[in-house]
Write a protein that binds this ligand. Structure first.
Ligand SMILES: Cc1cc2nc3c(=O)[nH]c(=O)nc-3n(C[C@H](O)[C@H](O)[C@H](O)COP(=O)(O)O)c2cc1C
Length: 433
């Protein structure tokens, strides 16, 4: 098991020890903004390419409280802390200048960081042999944004939230003709240097929505270093996370998955599901239909196309499904029968309103070697689950807090070998959500 994972397990004692108080004066900003003089292109609601981009990570809700407003996005994030940034290279897309851009969430726009000259591109840094016509996305993490609240466990959330963003690319791209391919074997050091990240920000993955161009082989990475921008306002070092990032940055032997994903969906309904996606804050303890479970199981069994496809087991705890017994399912079949609804609520750090009242509880587990790849895969699957639930008129919530070893005991799997990556609940949301 990856050492960092073992070091950041929650237990009954660990969550009650220590008394970590949030220092609100140190709360990091969730927005990165490049200098004003750089050209900005606001998303145009009438432009198909801009709609695609907006659906990935745009703001789609505002929550107002007496003292403060929160803006929520298409992509979920643990604690709404949004520890990831999105960058993209655009090449050969009608109506767009070829260049390297930052996705500026706060203003719903792209900031042009560098206009590509003939023969230039960042493809060599993500292992692409040919120029990519279309979009090449890069996902970074800014650990302090999440570690401010979740401390050392935050690397897990940076990877899960980053996976959700990758999944957001995949979902938005379903409205376009190209499938999404994920890349983990990227030159992190060169990319972090090229984007001038210093010690705050680190790249974790890339995604391609496009096609290789026949005529372009020998691309040169532009010889510039982009401007440094403070991405958090406040900062404290996160040494354990930085070490875990270093240790997990060199990929070990990987299985490549070339299979494209196939989802059954109706286009306008899918678009609405992406736009409406929200986390349920609590569920009604009501059953879902067998048809809903079948649809979700078929979505989750779809391949994830990537250069490092680690195995992730998805256990489904059936708390309430009409005409189906309660129990635990794996790969479409029961492995255990019984009502475990109380137990799943306890395992999720006593979040009974989510993991007991949810009709279905998903538990993702891996024994893989490539920590960044396997954890982001769990986030991609998580995003599929959010959108599939919304598509069915159901609600969903990610659950990043659980008693790691107790979950393994519950599933009767070895807690020294199996890493519990993520829990999620699906069901009927309580009305006030
Ligand atoms: C990785 C991850 C872990 C999460 N863990 C929890 C959790 O343990 N409890 C909870 O109530 N919500 C959890 N959430 C939901 C977030 O709080 C929610 O995504 C965030 O507040 C933004 O709201 P939205 O999803 O409605 O846009 C989690 C979300 C993610 C992506």
């Amino acid at each position: 098991m990856f050492k960092y994972h073992a070091e950041t397990k929650h237990s009954y004692l660990s969550v009650r020890r220590g008394g970590h108080r949030l220092d609100w004066s140190m709360q990091p900003s969730p927005y990165k903004r490049y200098p004003e003089h750089l050209p900005r292109f606001a998303f145009d609601k009438g432009d198909e390419e801009d709609i695609f981009l907006y659906h990935i990570g745009g703001i789609n809700a505002k929550k107002s409280y007496p003292a403060v407003c929160y803006y929520l996005r298409m992509n979920p994030a643990a604690g709404a802390l949004y520890p990831n940034e999105l960058y993209l290279q655009i090449r050969g897309v009608e109506g767009k200048q070829d260049g390297i851009y930052h996705y500026e969430v706060a203003s719903s726009s792209l900031t042009l960081l560098y206009g590509l000259k003939d023969g230039e591109g960042i493809e060599p840094l993500v292992g692409e042999k040919r120029a990519v016509k279309g979009y090449l996305f890069l996902v970074s993490m800014i650990p302090w944004r999440s570690a401010w609240k979740y401390r050392d466990r935050a690397f897990r959330y940076c990877l899960l939230d980053g996976g959700h963003l990758l999944g957001g690319v995949e979902m938005a791209a379903l409205l376009k003709p190209h499938a999404t391919r994920f890349i983990y074997d990227i030159d992190r050091e060169a990319l972090n240097h090229f984007f001038h990240f210093k010690e705050q920000e680190f790249f974790i993955s890339a995604a391609v929505v496009g096609v290789p161009m026949r005529e372009r082989y020998d691309l040169a990475v532009p010889e510039v270093i982009l401007p440094y921008v403070d991405a958090t306002d406040t900062f404290s070092p996160t040494p354990l996370i930085d070490r875990a990032y270093e240790e997990s940055s060199i990929l070990q032997k990987c299985h490549k998955n070339h299979k494209a994903t196939h989802f059954e969906y109706e286009k306008s309904r899918l678009q609405e599901a992406i736009f409406r996606r929200r986390s349920c804050r609590a569920f009604e303890a009501q059953a879902v239909t067998k048809g809903a479970l079948n649809y979700i199981e078929s979505v989750l069994s779809q391949p994830v196309m990537s250069d490092c496809d680690e195995a992730v087991d998805i256990y489904i705890v059936i708390n309430r499904v009409v005409d189906m017994p309660c129990g635990i399912r794996l790969d479409g079949a029961y492995i255990k029968y019984g009502d475990f609804s109380k137990k799943t609520g306890y395992l999720a750090l006593e979040q009974y309103h989510l993991a007991s009242d949810g009709a279905l509880v998903f538990i993702m587990v891996s024994r893989g070697k490539n920590y960044q790849a396997l954890y982001q895969k769990a986030g991609i699957i998580g995003q599929r689950l959010y959108i599939a639930s919304e598509y069915l008129g159901l609600g969903c919530s990610g659950i990043g807090a659980y008693y790691d070893d107790k979950v393994c005991e519950f599933l009767e799997i070895d807690k020294g070998e199996n890493m519990v990556l993520y829990m999620m609940a699906v069901g009927r949301c309580l009305q006030e959500n």
